[in-house]
Design a protein around this ligand. Structure first.
Ligand code: FAD
Length: 281
């Protein structure tokens, strides 16, 4: 398959200088694939406020790929949010991923003044008008705290109506859940692009832990195969690349408007999939 669909890559800010240098090198490698944008996660409660800001400004200014900070409202005051948003605007940043966030365990209850992502979208629009392209999160398999699919769908629609321009999904391995979610959003008259979030497969234990926490189902046939590979990381990577490439092909064939890769700060697992999609198999 050959595709020119827009792609984007997500990073997390690192705790050490060595990690930061490695992240910049990874980003330079991924920049060669021609992404539409990069994004950098934010530790809810402001735990990575400086690291996220520094990484965003360097990727944007030095690696020269437009970069979007993630911003979460669950632990930040309106004043904190206002000053960060204005700072990003003053530095020429034009896209924000607006989230509620999850406070890390041990940080107590949410201390923010805004409770849900739709309120953050409204806040950004009220403060900065149309300056930012605002992305929000979408959950084709439902957010883990949602009581049911319908309620979560209505809450997603609130974010679109609050002024989101586009959405990025939680990762998933079942293309049908994405198509079903998009159909339901369209039936509600919402037409913003919904970009699938793609998690490359490189390590079964970590993937299983993440997936439990964020509510992404690993199909039994994938789980069984990964378990059978044990510590054989080459076989896991080869199988993972094939499975994820096929998932991406199906999504793009079915009309997905682009792909957003959760890189976990590694270049090769995402690039292997992108190469397959761009016809270098
Ligand atoms: P919301 O849209 O606010 O939804 C949270 C829950 O509340 C859902 O169950 C929803 O149904 C319900 N809800 C929503 N609005 C209302 C309302 N008005 N009234 C009542 N109930 C409501 N986390 C981070 O900490 N940092 C990151 O950088 C980060 N990046 C992410 C990027 C992507 C693309 C995705 C998909 C997730 C990311 N997350 C990140 C995780 C995210 O913060 C968590 O999934 C969090 O639990 C929900 O955030 P949200 O923005 O989707 O919240």
């Amino acid at each position: 398959m050959t595709t020119n669909a827009p792609i984007s890559f997500e990073f997390f800010p690192t705790k050490t200088e060595a990690g930061h240098e490695k992240l910049l090198a990874t980003a330079r490698t991924l920049a060669a694939a021609g992404p539409e944008f990069f994004s950098v996660t934010y530790g809810a409660g402001g735990s990575t406020r400086d690291g996220t800001r520094r990484t965003v400004l360097q990727l944007d200014g030095e690696v020269k790929v437009p970069t979007a900070p993630h911003l979460s409202c669950v632990g930040d005051s309106r004043d904190d949010l206002r000053s960060l948003i204005n700072d990003y605007r003053a530095n020429g940043i034009q896209r924000i991923v607006a989230l509620r966030g999850d406070l890390p365990s041990g940080m107590g209850h949410a201390s923010g003044e805004l409770r849900y992502a739709n309120e953050l979208v409204e806040f950004i629009r009220a403060e900065t008008g149309d300056h930012f392209t605002i992305e929000v999160a979408a959950y084709p398999e439902s957010h883990p705290q949602a009581p049911n699919f319908e309620t979560d769908l209505q809450n997603f629609i609130r974010k679109a109506r609050a002024g989101a321009d586009s959405a990025i999904t939680q990762y998933f391995f079942n293309a049908d859940c994405y198509f079903h979610f998009v159909d339901r959003v369209r039936q509600a008259g919402i037409d913003i692009p919904i970009i699938p979030g793609i998690m490359p497969i490189t390590n079964y234990t970590k993937l299983a832990r993440f997936s439990d926490a964020c509510g992404a189902e690993i199909p039994r046939w994938i789980r069984k195969q990964l378990e059978a590979y044990g510590d054989d990381s080459d076989s896991i990577s080869a199988f993972g690349t094939e499975v994820i490439s096929q998932l991406c092909e199906r999504l793009l064939d079915g009309g997905a408007p682009g792909l957003h890769f959760y890189t976990l700060n590694q270049a090769e697992p995402s690039l292997a999939v992108v190469r397959n999609l761009q016809g270098d198999r």
